[in-house]
Design a protein around this ligand. Structure first.
Ligand SMILES: NC(=O)c1ccc[n+]([C@@H]2O[C@H](COP(=O)([O-])OP(=O)(O)OC[C@H]3O[C@@H](n4cnc5c(N)ncnc54)[C@H](OP(=O)(O)O)[C@@H]3O)[C@@H](O)[C@H]2O)c1
Length: 303
């Protein structure tokens, strides 16, 4: 890092798993002056200045003994099998720190490595990395959940500092619920937009027009959310107590979409009540949301 020393001073930092997160993190760390090694199980191009080492997945990378920190950037289900391979090889030593990037798992995913006495932990950037080339700018300012053995947490916090990220600590047993929250904030947000696009298509718009029409609304909503917490930013028929509108929506939807609408509507009603909706209005909206006409009796478009 130009102008100041890094918080994590290791001669080599190794990353196994050249996917979106692995390559993105490798680029961001290389830009901060880390000597990064990246390893995968098959050849593929990686952006400069990275170079990829390749080997069978049953063997650790040749550089592993040199790496002070090893990051397992494989998909969640592959972390423990990879830790078992590393443990069997005897390549991981007590002085090393091994981190994985999973949001839902904690240090227990490294269980096969406990005997190595390396410091084990996790580093979960609360950010989406789809284009590795943009990871450095995306990670800067993002929060990152850190968890694990004390030396692993200390290293993870140092890496966060070096990347301009904001670390926060979580206990291992809180990771699943924390990550479910992240899935709602990012993945299911995208899913809800796809549902909206489909409903506009049923109203007669093309997919492309539906998305163009929805975008300013989505951007306006995000702008509100930039200035306010969700409880204050929520608008719409549930918060207004427009029970007739809610009933009309439910009548127009297919059974599956109505189910989704009801569940999200109940969550919206909870927010409206916290914001001060009176009990009588809340009861009327709750009754409208609970309306359950059999799908065969319902008008509206079927998918
Ligand atoms: N992407 C994100 O936005 C994001 C954000 C935060 C955290 N994370 C976490 O980062 C981790 C990786 O996610 P990702 O999105 O980068 O997944 P990904 O794009 O699917 O990449 C996973 C990579 O791991 C490689 N791999 C799997 N098993 C391996 C093994 N035994 N040895 C070497 N390489 C192996 C895969 O190689 P092949 O190509 O050969 O299959 C692939 O390149 C996950 O734990 C995820 O939860 C991701």
């Amino acid at each position: 890092m130009r102008g100041r020393t890094r918080s994590v001073a290791v001669p080599v930092l190794g990353i196994i798993g050249p996917g979106r997160a692995g390559v993105g993190l490798a680029l961001a760390l290389a830009a901060k002056g880390f000597d990064v090694r990246l390893h995968g199980r098959s050849k593929k191009p990686v952006p400069k200045p990275l170079a990829l080492t390749v080997g069978p997945e049953t063997e650790p990378p040749a550089w592993i003994a040199q790496a002070g920190v090893v990051i397992l950037a494989v998909r969640d289900d592959a972390i423990t099998p990879l830790a078992a391979i590393l443990a069997r090889s005897g390549a991981v030593r007590a002085e090393q720190v091994v981190l994985h990037l999973s949001g839902s798992q904690g240090q227990e995913a490294h269980a096969p490595l406990v005997g190595s006495r390396a410091a084990l932990g996790s580093f979960h950037p609360l950010q989406t990395i789809s284009e590795p080339e943009r990871a450095a700018e995306r990670l800067k300012g993002a929060w990152v959940a850190v968890e694990g053995m004390p030396r692993a947490v200390q290293t993870a916090e140092g890496l966060a500092q070096d990347l301009g990220m904001r670390p926060f600590r979580l206990p291992a047993n809180a990771k699943a619920i924390y990550h479910a929250g992240a899935v709602f904030a990012s993945n299911y947000f995208v899913v809800v937009e796809a549902v909206a696009q489909r409903l506009l298509r049923h109203a007669g718009l093309s997919d492309a027009d539906a998305w163009h029409a929805l975008r300013p609304l989505v951007e306006g909503t995000l702008e509100n959310l930039e200035q306010q917490q969700p409880i204050a930013a929520l608008t719409g028929p549930v918060t207004r107590g427009d029970e007739t509108t809610v009933r009309r929506h439910l009548d127009a939807l297919t059974a599956d979409d109505a189910m989704l609408y009801r569940v999200l509507g109940r969550a919206a009603l909870e927010l409206a009540q916290k914001r001060g909706m009176d009990a009588a209005t809340a009861a009327r909206v709750a009754a409208a949301l609970a309306t359950d006409l059999p799908p065969v009796l319902r008008p509206g478009v079927k998918t």
